[in-house]
Design a binder for this molecule. Sequence first.
Ligand SMILES: Nc1ncnc2c1ncn2[C@@H]1O[C@H](COP(=O)(O)OP(=O)(O)OP(=O)(O)O)[C@@H](O)[C@H]1O
Ligand SMILES: O=P(O)(O)OC[C@H]1O[C@H](OP(=O)(O)OP(=O)(O)O)[C@H](O)[C@@H]1O
Ligand SMILES: O=C(O)c1cccnc1
Length: 487
Amino acid sequence: MNSPVSALHTDKYQITMMYAHFKNGSHLKRRAFDLYFRSLPFGNGYVVFTGLERVIHYIENLHFTEEDIEYIASLDDQFDTAFLDMLRSFRFTGDIWAVPEGTIVFPEEPLLHIQGTIMELQLIETALLNFIGYQSLIATKAARIRHIVGDDLLLEFGTRRAQEKDAAVWGARSAYIGGFNATSNLLAGKQFGIPVSGTHAHAWVQDFDHELDAFRAYASAFPNQTILLVDTYDTLKSGVPHAIQVGLEMKKQGKKLLGIRLDSGDLAYLSKKARHMLDQAGLTDTKIVASSDLDEHTILHLKSQGAKIDSWGVGTKLITAYDKPALGAVYKMVARLEHDHWMPTLKISSNPAKISTPGLKSLYRIIDKRTGKARADFITLLEEKIDPKKTLVLFHPQQTFKRKKVKNFTAIPLHRAIFKKGQRVYAIPTLEEVKKYHQTQLSLFWEEYLRILNPEEYPVDLSKKLWNSRQTLIKEIYEQIKHELEE
Ligand SMILES: Nc1ncnc2c1ncn2[C@@H]1O[C@H](COP(=O)(O)OP(=O)(O)OP(=O)(O)O)[C@@H](O)[C@H]1O
Ligand SMILES: O=P(O)(O)OC[C@H]1O[C@H](OP(=O)(O)OP(=O)(O)O)[C@H](O)[C@@H]1O
Ligand SMILES: O=C(O)c1cccnc1
């Protein structure tokens, strides 16, 4: 179904670290990593997590072919035969936990938690960040657009402007999860079962001597799904009148002109005029589709101007995540297994926002039982239990004086086990299930967190124990550095 992803879809340094670990005798040491992002894209209040299905296919198929191994050997004559032999039988043997696709997620949350040998965990970093970062970005952009249009039909038109093929196809899938109704990309339709849709291009009209002939010919080829592009010459003087003429001819034959498409000019003005003209002619059921560099901001403005647009075709600005082309997801080591005991590890940075959260952790969503709405997300040490009968004290991880007490709540664990010892233990949901799950996720949040402009910051808090363990580790590392410098 999906084209397999090569094991070489990784950065060179992952292979060189694998080799250095192999020479060091440490390649089979067990480690744990978290995948997360640090800041929200597009000024949005949340991210829609997607990319897991591709991660699963990648992990299940992960192996080096003979050609891959030959290529690696050709890079550096350092690589000895024993290492190359080991690559021949390489398979992923670790454990992965992840939030399901479609989940609403926030900065600093462990979206994936992965345990395995350091060698395999290094190898997969690049591909995981690549898939999750891009797909989550597009699903989030799509959700913003869905938020603005209400129930209007949303069509994904981005393939021709996407950053190459995979981005177009997986982007179409993410857009569908985030709230689009259909894609123009047939491969995405075939591969994922996304509804496909479309109109026709200017070239269809240009290929005829007269616009009217072009419209008639198109209507006769597709009598049940005729949508005519009306802006090739002059939208109001030529395109719409010709479309109306064809629409009336179709009506006489008991058929219906489904729609017209506007693709340039002042879309508010043109759509209002076109609506009026269609209605005057009795074509009240004929819909108006608009496209032309649309995004959530332009659509919002068009709506505020009273544009009479029923359906939106969105390409470039969605599929390229135009205003924030990278999510900036990261993958950090959080623990090392030493003598059967997980030792938390930390990445310190001069920028406090970049200090990672150590250890094996659980991620919960705290739901207020009275309202059914999310109060906060709560990250704990793995071994901690939350007692729903007790009051939960939440505090801001930086401004710790900011506190709130939560009673009468449910703590929903967000992680699912995906792989155990290299074997998948997770039943991949259908795309429709993912889309539906995303909708139920949205319903957990107050509108204040969902609005597209200046949303409220949703609290993601650490348990006291986790917060203490992080502070202790930071202190220990600074003490150690000080001590080493003094020596
Ligand atoms: N009423 C409107 N209010 C705000 N933005 C609009 C309105 N009508 C159209 N737009 C947006 O303005 C931009 C206009 O694009 P541009 O000036 O490049 O040309 P165009 O009219 O689309 O023609 P072409 O596609 O042939 O270049 C598009 O992003 C479109 O979505
Ligand atoms: O505007 P987007 O959101 O990217 O949507 C996709 C665009 O692709 C097509 O344009 P085409 O390639 O025919 O070029 P055009 O810009 O001249 O319309 C279509 O007419 C849309 O305008
Ligand atoms: O079907 C359409 O109208 C379409 C498809 C891709 C890009 N622009 C428009």
